[in-house]
Design a protein around this ligand. Structure first.
Ligand code: ARG
Length: 566
């Protein structure tokens, strides 16, 4: 409806000499469709124009009516309510979608911009928990959304592949590990060993010392330590990659923390040159008290650099090597302070792009209402969750549609889609709960429901084809039923939805849109005959085809597959 909003804003701004942008941002979707399709509240203009809102509304209504471009225009109190010409909007929306769904969603605002986005970024030799899932799927959806909006996007997996914990894992592996067992199930076994290390270290504190020594060896390039460390990485990556494959998640670069080992000295030197480093209890830190933050530690008292130092080096690298003007980090809310500190230090280092660094935090993931914590040993393994979701999806399909071709592929798409959608459908800052019965409910606000609605549209089109009817690009609109209109009206908001989702970096807005379109389509399907309609058949087939394309595109933005039959 952006086009219609722009048209209204232009007429009004010409007539009243108000800035067009001020008018267009005021235009709203009235909560009650009876009132109109679009509404312009005039209260805000009263002061500038020194007239009453009622008076202005009357004037505006007159101006808009006179254009002859709207079905009806009415001033009610301080509001102007506009009804659009349904036939015109119908044609416009459906044609655009039939031609290229991306066009309905985007005017490519991001052309010329590059975003580096850091997502997933799990830790080597530790389980990829359902908590990490959030970063992965939110990040991947943001990648799709930004690309749709014209951005160049560089996706980065900032693996946690460095740090003292590797000393611990090495010690535990050498003491209690078994190569064969680890090979069978690397991430779980290595994590078990890591947990055992902590248990044993309670009674045997000298283990900590051993671990420190092994990490030191690793830092010094000792061949044995390096070999084990690399082995842990390659085994963990096998597990992670297979999960990414299933989830449809991809990265342009896997650049772990260790990649920055030789790039941190430059950061330390620059900070020192710029007089930003101060000494504090033997460590070198950037004082951030002026911004009410604790100091950002750059070099620890033992001379080691840390997480923040790596993030500073990584940020420079992303800007300098990838040409990124915007850096996005999809990481849990518990790291909010860390990113505020890093961004502030970049600003103090006079990086003009520091203001374009964004921490995209998200709410917690609960599993059947319970909080997960790796520390308390309460780990839910994502592979298990995915496996179970696909199994359950297969059972449902077996029950509903036993003759479906390609059952396994559909079960995979639906099971995985259910997990992804559940994670994306609530505002990203809200906590999400994961319950199989909710996630896979075909009648709820779920991935399977959205995929099913898409498949239903495909099935209508298949049946049409069997009867010799094809959706055509050129069709007459023979009146628009209210249920057709509600669907068009939802579809017509695609561009505003994508833009808001990109501006807020929140895929839930797309998920909401997909659900709204599904509801509207199902109502249309229920209320309006399609194949058996005579006069309206062509327009309804075109509308069905357009909806199918919009849903497939919306699901793609979220990272879900859209099977054509279910
Ligand atoms: N590996 C970290 C963790 O699991 C997340 C890394 C996020 N990215 C970053 N550039 N710091 O907590």
């Amino acid at each position: 409806m952006l086009q219609q909003k722009t048209a209204i804003a232009k007429f009004v701004s010409d007539a009243l000499s108000l800035p067009e942008a001020d008018v267009s941002t005021m235009i709203e979707y009235p909560p009650n469709p009876e009132l109109g399709d679009l509404a312009l509240p005039c209260f805000r203009f009263a002061k500038t124009l020194r007239r009453s809102p009622q008076d202005i509304a009357k004037d505006v209504a007159g101006v808009l009516s006179a254009t002859g471009q709207f079905a009806s225009v009415e001033a009610v109190g301080g509001y102007v309510n506009v009804k659009l010409q349904r036939e015109l909007v119908f044609k416009d929306v459906v044609r655009t979608l039939q031609e290229d769904p991306e066009k309905l969603f985007s005017r490519k605002r991001g052309v010329g911009r590059t975003a580096a986005i850091d997502y997933s970024s799990p830790n080597i030799a530790k389980p990829f928990s359902v908590g990490h899932l959030r970063s992965t799927v939110i990040g991947q959806a943001i990648v799709h959304m930004l690309k749709a909006d014209g951005w160049k996007v560089v996706g980065i997996n900032h693996l946690g592949d460095w740090g003292t914990q590797f000393g611990k894992t090495i010690v535990a592996y050498l003491k209690w590990g078994d190569e064969e067992v680890v090979r069978q199930n690397p991430v779980r076994e290595l994590f078990k060993l890591y947990v055992k290390f902590h248990e044993e270290a309670q009674a045997n504190p000298e283990l900590e010392e051993e671990a420190r020594e092994w990490f030191k060896k690793l830092e010094d390039g000792d061949p044995e330590a390096t070999r084990l460390w690399q082995w842990f990485i390659s085994e963990s990556l096998k597990v992670f990659r297979s999960m990414y494959d299933r989830l449809g998640v991809t990265f342009d670069h896997y650049l772990g923390e260790s990649f920055y080992n030789d790039k941190m000295q430059a950061v330390v030197d620059e900070l020192r040159d710029k007089n930003l480093l101060v000494e504090s209890e033997g460590a070198e830190v950037v004082d951030l008290s002026a911004w009410n933050m604790p100091p950002c530690i750059i070099v620890k008292s033992d001379g080691a650099t840390i997480y923040a130092t790596r993030d500073l080096a990584a940020a420079n690298y992303r800007h300098d090597e990838f040409g990124a003007d915007t850096l996005i980090y999809v990481v849990g809310a518990e790291q909010t302070l860390h990113f505020s500190q890093v961004f502030k230090v970049l600003e103090l280092m006079e990086r003009p792009w520091a203001k374009n660094c964004k921490h995209v935090a998200f709410g917690m993931m609960k599993y059947n209402g319970e909080r997960m914590s790796t520390r308390r040993g309460k780990v839910v393994y994502l592979e298990d969750v995915l496996e179970k979701a696909v199994d359950e999806a297969r059972k449902i399909i077996e029950e509903k549609n036993p003759n479906l071709a390609d059952k396994d592929a559909v079960a995979e798409a639906v099971g995985i889609g259910a997990v992804i959608f559940n994670d994306l459908k609530s505002y990203r800052m809200h906590d999400v709960d994961f319950r199989f019965e909710d996630v896979l409910n075909f009648d709820g606000e779920t991935g399977p429901y959205a995929q099913y609605t898409h498949a239903r549209a495909c099935s209508v089109l298949r049946k049409a084809e069997e009867s010799g009817f094809q959706p055509a690009d050129d069709f007459q609109v023979m009146g628009v039923h209210d249920s057709e209109w509600r669907l068009i009206y939802q579809l017509g908001q695609a561009q505003e939805v994508l833009e808001r989702a990109v501006d807020d970096l929140d895929p839930s807005l797309i998920a909401r849109f997909v659900l709204d379109v599904c509801h509207a389509f199902n109502r249309f399907y229920h209320d309006c005959p399609i194949l058996s309609a005579e006069a309206e058949r062509a327009q309804r087939l075109a509308l069905t085809n357009a909806t199918r394309k919009a849903l497939a595109y919306g699901l793609h933005l979220l990272g879900l597959k859209a099977p054509t039959a279910m």
